[in-house]
Design a protein around this ligand. Structure first.
Ligand code: DAH
Length: 340
């Protein structure tokens, strides 16, 4: 029987088909319900028990071999070609592999990270499910502090102490608590707020937080760092201004505006006809924060800043609707390349 299978194999190997009818004949003869493969398989019952395993393997190989030959004959004749050997035409062009592209938020996040990395900032990350202490209390926002209302929070019903972080400032606290100084970090990540989704607001978005704590850090250091950042990010053709502001975690606090890149400062919908767009909040780290995290506020000072990645991306690429970032429409997403 083994020898017979070898003979069949040889016969199959040399089988040549010019037309699809001949391929069909091959199928009927070898793979059909009364075909040779079935016939040989039926021999299995006559094989001694101790030989069954070995013979079974042989039969299986024979079946696979015959099926492969059938596929080969079929492919050759349906392509309009007739082949008598196993030759592959290596000069044929390959099938193109469609390549995706990075999400614009990822592109801009990477760019922000790399600008600050050049200034010596390291990347730090923290959990998206936070506790009250890291998201609020340690940041000088004790319970019942009115500024807690500035951010609508998603609480986790299982435990009233847990929430989805409303900002990446919580990572500041986690890093300060480690007590390794000086500290120079940026913290990119996703944040959540209980907002109605619209062109300008979303229930989740992305931020990058920055923090520098050492001896003798001044507001001048903060300004120079942020000037460098906006120049690297947006080029030279715009103006920058700092506006006094309020954040519980910084004192003094400021917001940084750039002249609107969409209308060139003349006034449009995006800048609400002011000619300026706010791009980040910043300030000198409040001494209470240092104390809360066990850092000597008489010895150390620091600055912090926080920006929304969506906001920066919208300005950079002149995108007018925040919802586009999370709708996964390929027509939108495929327009962005890392070279932009
Ligand atoms: N956490 C603020 C927000 O989500 C942003 C921010 C403002 C962060 C000022 C800071 C800062 O570190 O100093 O709106």
């Amino acid at each position: 029987m083994v020898q017979k299978i070898e003979e069949y194999k040889n016969e199959i190997k040399n089988f040549v088909a010019q037309k699809s009818e001949e391929v069909e004949n091959f199928r009927i003869k070898y793979l059909g319900s009364k075909g040779l493969v079935k016939e040989v398989m039926a021999e299995m019952k006559n094989v001694a028990a101790d030989k069954k395993r070995e013979f079974g393997q042989l039969l299986n190989e024979f079946k696979i071999y015959t099926e492969a030959k059938y596929e080969e004959l079929k492919a050759a004749t349906t392509n309009g070609q007739v082949t008598t050997t196993n030759e592959i035409d290596l000069s044929l062009p390959g099938d193109p592999l469609p390549l995706g592209s990075r999400h614009p938020i990822s592109l801009v996040r990477n760019q922000i990270v790399s600008i600050f990395q050049r200034l010596g900032f390291a990347v730090a990350e923290g959990p998206e499910i936070e506790d009250d202490w890291h998201n609020f209390t340690a940041l000088n926002l004790p319970e019942n502090h009115p500024a807690r209302d500035m951010q609508d929070t998603f609480y986790i019903s299982q435990n009233p102490d847990w929430l989805l972080r409303t900002h990446t400032s919580s990572v500041q606290v986690r890093e300060m608590e480690k007590g390794i100084l000086p500290l120079r970090i940026i913290c990119p990540g996703r944040v959540y707020r209980n907002e109605t989704i619209s062109a300008r607001a979303h229930c989740f978005f992305h931020q990058v937080e920055g923090l520098y704590i050492a001896e003798n850090v001044s507001f001048a250091d903060l300004k120079q760092t942020l000037y460098f950042f906006v120049k690297e990010m947006f080029g030279e053709n715009f103006k920058v201004r700092f506006r006094p502001s309020y954040f519980p975690f910084t004192e003094p606090s400021a917001e940084m505006d750039i002249s609107c890149l969409i209308c060139g400062g003349k006034g449009c919908n995006v800048c609400k006809h002011t000619g300026w767009v706010e791009i980040l909040g910043c300030g000198m780290v409040h001494p209470n924060l240092l104390d809360n995290c066990g850092i000597d506020s008489n010895k150390y000072t620091g600055f912090a800043f926080g920006m929304g990645i969506e906001r920066i991306t919208m300005l950079k690429y002149q995108i007018k609707d925040l919802r586009l970032f999370s709708e996964n429409d390929v027509r939108f997403l495929k327009q962005f390349t890392s070279a932009m």
